[in-house]
Design a protein around this ligand. Structure first.
Ligand code: PLP
Length: 384
């Protein structure tokens, strides 16, 4: 077992770097009061909370009043979908089968329990949505909410958000995008009137787990989606996770401080892995659009060998290498990926998702490929 694992699962979660950790610890040390209390200790904590909100809003060009802190991406996605049904009278949702379960599951519940109409837009083999089909669906359904993710968490395919938004504006639909895999990794300008709702999760961009936020475009006030207190302007009751929120805001600043350098470094690592895999496994198949509109931080590929994915993942784990077979939620049980199935990717051979951070190195990528090659070789050596 190596001393330090080779961690290549940053789309699932990330490390908290020193400067962010320092801010989290300082927030924990200084936050004895409740931000809703009117005494001095409470006010001190409220000041920290609102400073974090202003920092997040400033980095994303939003207004502080458009940011609602949540426990993460899952809660924020659920809040948008349920609230739009309940508060805006939206009865039709247009989405895709490639969305994260925190979008698909509430949509399926809205359909089953509340009779909402859910239409899925066609996607191609690389995970791109068919814009003509989206337009057709939008013309067919009045007052819809379009929910399409910015970067797919399993294959990295990027949505042309401006085109989708333009179609929504033309037809009067609202646009929600699960931006969990892009906020902190790309410059996102929320003032551009592209999104009505966007969501983020701190632990995907080097913040602590359990803190995220929902962006609600000005003029679209949601009704309370958790009741029992006046926090988050009454929309989301419950004492705020101050240390998590401070950590989230520090992590976002950490990411945007030198985002261009990170983008270049990580894109270079991805490219290096593509080339190494092609050398070692000439018949490797890359899932998604690796040479086109794809997040620089995610690479998904299928190996041209018959090894059970669970066995492959556990052999890699024994060698101290952390990758995933798809989304974190499905990798615990190593069920087949619904996203890959929807794209028509064969499940006869294993598929892996590698997701990088600025801390990864080419040496780690080389070691990963070497270990993978060894496992495949051993597997075939065992066949009589
Ligand atoms: N949306 C996407 C695209 C994700 O990748 C994830 C996490 O895997 C989530 C939502 C859920 O975020 P959280 O872990 O903050 O609930």
């Amino acid at each position: 077992m190596r001393n330090r694992p080779i961690y290549l699962d940053h789309a699932a979660s990330t490390f908290v770097p020193g400067p962010v950790l320092d801010e989290v610890m300082e927030a924990l040390r200084r936050s004895q009061g409740n931000p809703s209390s009117i005494h001095g200790e409470g006010r001190k904590v409220r000041v920290m909370l609102e400073a974090a909100r202003r920092k997040v809003a400033g980095l994303l060009h939003a207004s502080p009043s458009e940011i609602v802190f949540t426990s993460g991406g899952t809660e924020a996605n659920n809040a948008v979908l349920w609230s739009c049904y309940r508060d805006y009278g939206i009865k039709t949702f247009i989405s895709s089968e490639l969305e994260h379960p925190s979008v698909i599951k509430p949509l399926e519940s809205l359909k089953r329990r509340d009779g909402a109409v859910v239409a899925y837009v066609r996607t191609d083999r690389q995970g791109h949505i068919d814009l003509n089909h989206l337009e057709e669906l939008l013309h067919r359904h009045d007052r819809a909410l379009v929910s399409l993710m910015h970067a797919n968490n399993e294959i990295g395919t990027l949505l042309p958000v401006k085109d989708v938004s333009a179609l929504c504006r033309k037809t009067g639909a609202l646009f929600h995008s699960d931006t969990v895999q892009t906020i902190g990794k790309y410059h996102v300008d929320l003032s551009l009137d592209v999104f009505d709702f966007a969501v983020a999760s701190g632990h995907k961009f080097h913040g602590p787990k359990g803190a995220g936020f929902l962006f609600v475009r000005h003029g679209l006030p949601l009704q309370p989606f958790i009741e029992g207190g006046s926090q988050e302007r009454g929309m989301r009751a419950g004492t705020e996770n101050l240390a998590g929120i401070v950590g989230l805001s520090a992590a976002l600043a950490y990411c945007y401080a030198d985002i261009e350098a990170s983008q270049r470094h990580i894109a270079d690592l991805k490219n290096h892995l593509v080339n190494r895999l092609k050398e070692v496994f000439p018949a490797v198949v890359f899932n998604g659009d690796i040479t086109g509109r794809s997040a620089y931080s995610i690479l998904n590929f299928s190996l041209p060998v018959r090894i059970d994915t669970a066995i492959l993942l556990s052999r890699l784990d024994m060698e101290g290498i952390c990758v995933s077979s798809g989304s974190a939620c499905s990798s615990g049980s190593v069920k087949g990926s619904k996203v890959l199935a929807a794209l028509g990717v064969s499940t006869d051979t294993p598929s892996l998702r590698v997701s990088f951070s600025r801390q990864n190195t080419k040496t780690e990528i080389d070691q990963f490929v070497q270990v993978l090659q060894g496992i495949v070789h051993d597997q075939f050596a065992q066949i009589p």
